[in-house]
Design a protein around this ligand. Sequence first.
Ligand SMILES: Cc1ncc(COP(=O)(O)O)c(C=O)c1O
Length: 440
Amino acid sequence: MLARPTNFDHHWLPFTNNRMFRETPQMFAKAEGVRYLTPEGDTVLDGSSGLFCTPAGHGRREIADAVHAQLMTLDYTPHFQRAAPVSFELAERLAGLLPEGLDRVFFASSGSEAVDSAMKICLTYHRAKGEGQRTRFVSRNWGYHGVNLGGTSLAGMVNNRREFSGVTCDVVHMRQTWSEEQRYTQGQPETGAELADDLEEICRTYGADTIAGVFVEPIAGSIGTVVPPKGYLERLRAIADRYGLLLIFDEVITGFGRTGAAFASQAFGVTPDIVTMAKALTNGAIPMSAVATTAAIQDTVFAAAGDQDRPELFHGYTYSAHPVACAAALATLDIYRDEKLFERAAALSPAFLDMIFGLRNLPQVSDLRGYGMLAGIQLAPADKPGAKGSLAQRALFDAGLHVKATGDALIVAPAFVSGEDDLEQMGDILRRVLGRADLS
Ligand SMILES: Cc1ncc(COP(=O)(O)O)c(C=O)c1O
């Protein structure tokens, strides 16, 4: 048995019903491979790679060793007017993985910070071009872009913005892309590409010359995996080009193999101007995120500074490019390369999606969506929205499976090192729990 805390009063948990948690805490005390261990010693299969963070599985010694070695060599570097070699090595490695042309990398520590950094890069770029009036952003209903004030403004998940709307910035939302006719579609839906025209409508209504950029998750992850309709992202790209907007793909979940390609932009064949990434960048081991953009954008920003002795971008964090996080990321990228984990994700995807779509006729299931190694299970709602998701998540934990729940959707995202037997066990638990007529 591993120690369980005796006092739950002091840690205020994020995105948690703390009152319920304190009554019946569901905790992890240890992790290895694709399994967690509770303080009581029970095994819980990890069906969501933690929070979409650990495609290489838990407890990777290579990452731990790299972190230890970096701590003993150079534990911290300021990155304001200073730097360490390790961050340049990481930026170059990322440039080799990203879509062609996205080869300038800015580092931060979380997905939320990456999103806010990307917003500021957009604003600085337009100002550098003499278009400082472009201060408005476009995003999408049901979108999730982290919880800092920039990301909260972009958010299209209502609960995440309702209480903070007094301090959000100017964002106009496009419609989300799911529709009734897409129910139970595996992969990209055939219908809905024309919803991208919302962007054109917004450009006409608000004036394209007031808009800096458009943020979308290529697959809307946190809402429960909404896969883009065929042609939708292409159409967004064309409209953004027509009106001089920057297109930003928030790949905090989809980056690093989740779609079977390094980035979803490559899987869908649409290249944005900016990509944000986090989570699997270090296999979740050390907080780190990044924003990648093009030389053209960086050159424009640098040129505006001319020969003045000042930063080109008035933005950065104490922990930007933390050397220990860089070391963790480099060790993670080595694992992805050496174990061909993105290829493995692509190879495992059909078995994974077959397992998910085999849940179709269960009493608790009302829709299934999926692409690559990411799937959404929509539950038939109870009286109150969100209640079923919470019940299901807790029941699944008790049955030995961890999955992320948002509202009445479960989001399944196994590690790429999962075996087919792990996927079978996942399927068994999902069938057992979601097959119940009553989850309470
Ligand atoms: C698309 C997207 N953007 C941003 C974030 C925020 O990342 P973080 O929680 O690391 O701040 C998330 C987190 O799930 C995300 O899915």
